[in-house]
Design a protein around this ligand. Sequence first.
Ligand SMILES: *[C@@H]1O[C@H](CO)[C@@H](O)[C@H](O)[C@H]1NC(C)=O
Ligand SMILES: *[C@@H]1O[C@H](CO)[C@@H](O)[C@H](O)[C@H]1NC(C)=O
Ligand SMILES: *[C@@H]1O[C@H](CO)[C@@H](O)[C@H](O)[C@H]1NC(C)=O
Ligand SMILES: *[C@@H]1O[C@H](CO)[C@@H](O)[C@H](O)[C@H]1NC(C)=O
Ligand SMILES: [Cu+2]
Length: 389
Amino acid sequence: MRLFGIPALALASSVSAVKVTEHDKLAVLGLENLQRYVAENGSPDPGTCTPETASVRKEWSTLTKPERRNYIDAIKCLHSKPGLTPASVAPGARSRFDDFVVTHVKQTYSIHATANFLSWHRYYIWAYEQLLRNECGYKGYLPYYNWAWWYEDPASSPLFDGSDTSISNGGDYVPDRNYTCVGVPTGSPDCPIKLEPGSGGGCVSGPLANWTVTLGPIATKVTGIKPNPQADGLGYNPRCINRDVNKNSAYLSRDEVITELLENSDDILTFQNRMQGDFPNGYLGVHSAGHYTVGGDAGSDFFNSPADPAFYFHHAQIDRTWWIWQNQDLDKRRNAVDGTITFQNDPPSRKGMLNDTLTLGPMLQDAFGNITIKDAMSTLGGPFCYIYV
Ligand SMILES: *[C@@H]1O[C@H](CO)[C@@H](O)[C@H](O)[C@H]1NC(C)=O
Ligand SMILES: *[C@@H]1O[C@H](CO)[C@@H](O)[C@H](O)[C@H]1NC(C)=O
Ligand SMILES: *[C@@H]1O[C@H](CO)[C@@H](O)[C@H](O)[C@H]1NC(C)=O
Ligand SMILES: *[C@@H]1O[C@H](CO)[C@@H](O)[C@H](O)[C@H]1NC(C)=O
Ligand SMILES: [Cu+2]
């Protein structure tokens, strides 16, 4: 099988300059399936995008250093541009970047452990990519962080090594911290999954050392963070980006775990549920594992996690993992949707459907409109036109 005229294996080794793990091989096979599928069935609606014309999202370490600096400049730009969130909605919002944080906070219970979890987050990170490109001079496409490549020592990965081509380090080290109980609300007597502290715990050093987080915390796992002046966490609470980059958590999203998830999830409900964890049975799942790999104040906050720009790297890998899963069997998985419209079906609600609306909320819908879940089922359909390598 040839891709873009290049033998697939050569492509795999040239793009995956660092490593080609088992799930990366599934990504290559999936891309071949996708090319065949489009050749046989045509491009998904609106029918203009093909794998050959699509933009290519890459692992951070495979971007050149100037490309990485361009990205870092663009996120700083988004974070210094005035936003559209009115003070009556979130007095703590200070930037266009914060418009994204606010919509995630406000929709938390209708976009996690729901039918639209994957599709909503696909739309959300795409909109962020568009603003970086259209308003902040970013020339590339959304980079992802491949959990499997860096799980042994995420703090020394090119994303978190603290260099001028990283998004800052994993937090300055704070000794003598306790384990965290994850998968349960803070303060719960149960502790199904104990996570030992990581190598950070404090404010970040490096390019984002002066970045001010203003929203939250709402449900952070870190103790000692200054509380928000408002009960809903949307008041003004300026502080640093705090992280605790954590290899104990990263271990739970290593290649073996991703590959097992991809190979042993026959239907979308199994896939999305296992991806989001089975906490009572001690299974963290790659979604939470990636969040706790970043850790810290925002990184561990279910609502406020997009306040740390690391969020978008993790969620691009979540989206890539879904894309890989879909591409293994496009006839069955191309439009597979299941689950309900409330968080963990609590309170009980109807099933999500392909014609359900995905919205980015009042501050972003003027720029991006609303779409349906169906529009988000292919990275070559709806508003999208991208692939992953
Ligand atoms: C660590 O947390 C547990 C409860 O989660 C508590 O029982 C224990 O005393 C704590 N240890 C320290 C050193 O704070
Ligand atoms: C942070 O601010 C200080 C003081 O203005 C400045 O010296 C430093 O260069 C800034 N660091 C970064 C990474 O922007
Ligand atoms: C969505 O699809 C369902 C099932 O196909 C249908 O019953 C419903 O009327 C549709 N809703 C809208 C708003 O089009
Ligand atoms: C987008 O969807 C939301 C939620 O369903 C709705 O309130 C809003 O009016 C819609 N916006 C547009 C532009 O259709
Ligand atoms: Cu989310």
